[in-house]
Write a protein that binds this ligand. Structure first.
Ligand code: ADP
Length: 314
């Protein structure tokens, strides 16, 4: 496999005080769907802006298909497509006019690359006369994707493309990304939604500007260290309060309407001890059930372990 993207020791600090990226290094292979997963403020957009030649790093080296993003930025711009996190089309132009505009800007034409966008275009073409600003969130993103693809880029960057998009459109959008991959286009996509991460070939977990780990979603799940359980609690807030007193080696957190708990001791003894602890604390709860971890559970575990390592020793 050859690398489509090589990132070496990239750092970025805003205004001399906000560290957005700290010594970021990784490679993306050609033809991969590569995910950048992390919460708001993790540094995802900063990295995207640097990768797409819109922002200079303070230090480090990045090459896209062998081209340096700083010294060869003009050539780099020819081979990338970018769907930024904020809606960036022209709201007063129609759907078709927007697409036309982006095609002409890249000295291409809609006809030339129609094959590439046909499955997505089929869904939005019934609205081709509608102003882009009047489309639904999901449709806007599909149009933005068409515009980012219309010059047939070799690498496509998508910054949180499904944020604020309804669940059905989110699923459709990911189906489209998978089909783009089969055209040999490398896709780099960021998302705060951990469930979407499982649809990537590999993911980089990022927090506070640092890469916490890079692997396939299934490898992250395989490497989960704890034994994970879920249960319902009648009062999740009082539960979280009493958990501070829990004597077991465990990691707990609310997960939707449930609480997840990962045990790091022998679970045959830890589980009954935990049930006894809840009883003593007067906490009523539903059945405590063993579950497989999700990518989100893995992310939380990795963050907790890192925090524990960084704690000063007593
Ligand atoms: P994400 O895309 O993961 O939400 P960002 O890259 O937008 O993260 O932000 C990373 C950090 O840099 C955050 O602390 C954010 O507040 C800060 N930041 C982003 N852009 C700027 C900017 N233009 N000026 C100052 N700080 C910024």
């Amino acid at each position: 496999m050859t690398n489509a993207i090589t990132i070496e020791h990239v750092n970025k600090v805003y205004d001399g005080k906000v560290t957005a990226l700290k010594d970021v290094s990784f490679n993306v292979e050609e033809g991969e769907v590569f995910g950048l997963v992390g919460p708001d403020g993790a540094g995802k957009s900063t990295l995207f802006n640097i990768l797409t030649t819109l922002l200079l790093p303070d230090s480090g080296k990045i090459s896209l298909l062998g081209m340096d993003v700083i010294n060869e930025y003009k050539s780099v711009r020819q081979i990338i497509g970018y769907l930024p996190g904020v809606f960036s089309l022209y709201p007063d132009l129609s759907v078709e006019e927007n697409l036309q505009f982006f095609a002409v800007m890249y000295k291409s034409s809609i006809e030339e690359n129609m094959e590439l966008i046909r499955p997505i275009w089929k869904q939005i073409s019934p609205f081709s006369d509608r102003k882009a600003g009047k489309l639904s969130g999901g449709m806007k993103q599909k149009l933005a994707l068409c515009c980012a693809l219309i010059h047939c880029p070799k690498i496509l960057f998508l910054d949180e493309p499904t944020t604020g998009v309804d669940p059905v459109s989110r699923k459709e959008f990911w189906d489209i990304l998978k089909s783009i991959r089969t055209q040999g286009i490398t896709v780099v996509v960021s998302t705060p939604y951990m469930d979407e991460a499982t649809r990537c070939d590999r993911i980089a977990m990022i927090q506070e500007g640092q890469i916490l780990g890079i692997n396939t979603p299934s490898a992250f799940i395989r490497d989960f260290q704890g034994k994970l359980y879920t249960f319902r609690s009648e009062n999740i807030f009082s539960l979280l309060n009493i958990m501070e007193r829990c004597p077991l080696r465990c990691n707990y957190y609310p997960y939707g309407e449930h609480c997840h708990i990962a045990f790091y001791d022998d679970v045959a003894t830890a589980l009954p001890q935990f049930e006894q602890f809840l009883q003593e604390q007067g906490q009523s709860h539903g059945e405590i059930i063993a579950i497989d971890p999700s990518v989100e559970d893995c992310f939380i575990e990795i963050v907790q372990m890192r925090n524990a390592l960084n704690q000063p020793q007593p």
